[in-house]
Ligand binder design. Structure first.
Ligand code: CA
Length: 223
């Protein structure tokens, strides 16, 4: 029986990935680097620094300096905020209510340092995440796909790995969850094909948050 859900934020609780990918592409174009917007879905979960480094090594054949990484990630975050209000993922509230009603604890596990979203959690999902049960970019050194964020989340939950499960929308997030030894559920809320999640070893894959929220009440008794 599972006691805790470790829950990712972007692409799970918020339909924010279309804006993140656009902000990444726009920031890169401002410094003269042309990218494919969809490629940023594949880097989802990595720290901003790691993403910038990956693009720099590929396009400029060098690492980004710490100063560049800080400045460019700040610019990307600024563009993201300028895009306006972020929309809660449809039926994520229903999913969280089911967990709360069935006494399943919740830990937020995000690689994000995007305060514009983290600060909205209490308003959009009241009572779902207490302040001491949140892992953000400030708590981790490596970010996903390292298991570190999920190991930290597990630590905060106080339960054993077999008593917890992960809810993720990104292939690298699934890899992080599995590397932490956790049962990992993928909800495919973006354009990445199902196969990418199978390849990362997702234990269950749902085609939308609505499908996952529909299945969850019965699913919980089988986990
Ligand atoms: Ca995500």
């Amino acid at each position: 029986m599972k006691k805790f859900a470790l829950i990712d934020m972007d692409g799970v609780l918020y339909d924010s990935m279309p804006y993140h990918t656009l902000a990444w592409q726009q920031m890169m174009s401002e410094i003269g680097i042309s990218t494919d917007r969809d490629e940023f879905y594949l880097y989802e979960g990595m720290t901003g620094r790691a993403t910038i480094d990956l693009i720099f090594r590929r396009e400029l054949n060098r690492a980004a300096t710490p100063e560049e990484a800080t400045r460019l990630y700040a610019r990307k975050a600024e563009i993201f905020v300028e895009m306006g209000q972020k929309i809660p993922m449809k039926d994520a509230d229903r999913m969280l209510r089911t967990l709360m009603q069935q006494g399943i604890g919740r830990v937020l596990v995000t690689g994000s340092a995007q305060h514009s979203l983290i600060d909205r959690l209490n308003a959009d999902y009241p009572g779902a995440f207490s302040d001491d049960l949140r892992v953000t970019a400030l708590d981790v050194e490596h970010g996903k796909p390292s298991p570190e964020p999920y190991l930290k989340g597990l630590q905060k939950s106080g339960v054993r790995p077999e008593e917890a499960f992960v809810i993720e929308n990104a292939p690298l997030g699934v890899r992080a969850g599995k590397a932490a030894g956790l049962f990992t559920i993928a909800v495919t809320t973006g354009p990445i094909p199902r196969k990418a999640f199978e390849d990362e070893g997702a234990d269950l894959i749902f085609p939308s948050m609505t499908a996952f929220a529909d299945a969850l009440p019965e699913l919980l008794s089988t986990l």
